[in-house]
Ligand binder design. Structure first.
Ligand SMILES: Nc1nc2c(ncn2[C@@H]2O[C@H](COP(=O)(O)OP(=O)(O)OP(=O)(O)O)[C@@H](O)[C@H]2O)c(=O)[nH]1
Ligand SMILES: [Mg+2]
Length: 290
């Protein structure tokens, strides 16, 4: 997981783990199991705060801190049923990188990006001043907003190529517009072109089929990819899209909300977490990793 501080990486990972459990049970008739210390680390870092204390997460500790959670990757195993009904064992190894480490370029500790099977990079729409302004009534102004997303993405791409100047990376890159519930709030901002875009019937920005199929759904993902690409253009993030398209051979755009609604201060929304499309990038990563 990559992205500037407070783009929503840790919450997305926590939400995706819960959804992956459901996917694996429902479609693969298997159970998702933490490997090694993963269950304990996951409980200490995510579950206790989110489910027992109903609180948002603290910023992820820097990899330089003396904390196992930041140093150890999270590893989950399950058995996948293939389309021809054969079964095979899969292991998903994830790293919840601290935005701070990417922003401060602690590169020695981040060299694993050049060896990843796939990278998920988050962009926060609340960083776009026009969006923040339109949503000033709907989104609490004290939400954590992170650092420079474009600079972090540029740096990430250089880490993915092992710092070779001018090189393109062959590592699949999922570019995710996070906190998508805030964009969906734009439905209610009347008289703007945003309410028209976000209200369009049948739009992939309004539905979440990610738990319906066992594997990555390319037809749905293609539609989503095009919608999110167009949204990024409208958000005037053309610098970002140009950079991705120039530097990555294999990329896809996604839209995700871990929470489903804005939090209330440091607390989760009273309705709990209602994730939107959080599984899509992980299903893609599992598919492209073979
Ligand atoms: N509305 C909304 N806000 C979100 C969502 N996900 C994250 N946030 C907000 O963003 C903040 C940061 O989320 P984290 O998941 O901790 O961010 P991070 O990218 O892991 O941050 P670092 O660990 O510092 O790199 C949260 O405390 C929320 O205020 C979401 O789905 N919707
Ligand atoms: Mg984090």
């Amino acid at each position: 997981m990559s992205g500037a501080r407070a783009t929503g990486k840790s919450l997305m990972l926590a939400a995706a783990k819960a959804q992956l459990e459901l996917l694996v049970e429902r479609h693969h008739r298997s159970a998702l199991r933490g490997i090694g210390e993963t269950e304990r680390i996951f409980y200490d870092t995510y579950t206790r705060r989110l489910q027992e204390e109903r609180q948002l997460l603290a910023p992820t500790a820097s990899i330089g801190d003396d904390q196992t959670t930041a140093r150890e990757p999270l590893m989950f195993g399950f058995t996948e049923v293939m389309p021809d009904n054969t079964r095979r064992s899969r292991v998903l190894v994830m790293r919840d990188v601290a935005g701070e480490d990417l922003e401060d370029k602690r590169d020695l500790a981040l060299s694993f990006f050049s060896r990843a099977d796939a990278v998920i990079a988050l962009l926060d729409p609340l960083k776009v001043p026009a969006i923040r302004h339109m949503l000033s009534d709907a989104v609490p102004s004290d939400s954590r907003v992170g650092g420079d997303g474009t600079a972090v993405l540029q740096h990430l791409l250089s880490l993915m190529t092992g710092k070779k100047v001018g090189a393109r990376t062959g590592i699949p890159l999922a570019v995710v517009l996070s906190k998508f519930d805030t964009m969906q709030e734009l439905r209610r901002v009347e008289g703007t072109e945003w309410s028209r875009i976000m209200n369009r019937p049948g739009s992939p920005l309004q539905r979440d089929p990610s738990l319906r199929s066992a594997w990555f759904d390319a037809a749905d993902a293609d539609l989503l990819h095009m919608e999110v690409r167009a949204l990024l253009d409208r958000l005037e993030a053309t610098g970002v899209t140009a950079m991705i398209e120039e530097s990555a051979e294999s990329y896809r755009y996604f839209a995700v909300s871990a929470l489903g609604a804005s939090p209330e201060g440091e607390m989760l929304h009273s309705g709990g977490m209602a994730p939107f499309r959080v599984l899509d990038p992980f299903k893609w990563a599992l598919q492209v990793a073979g």
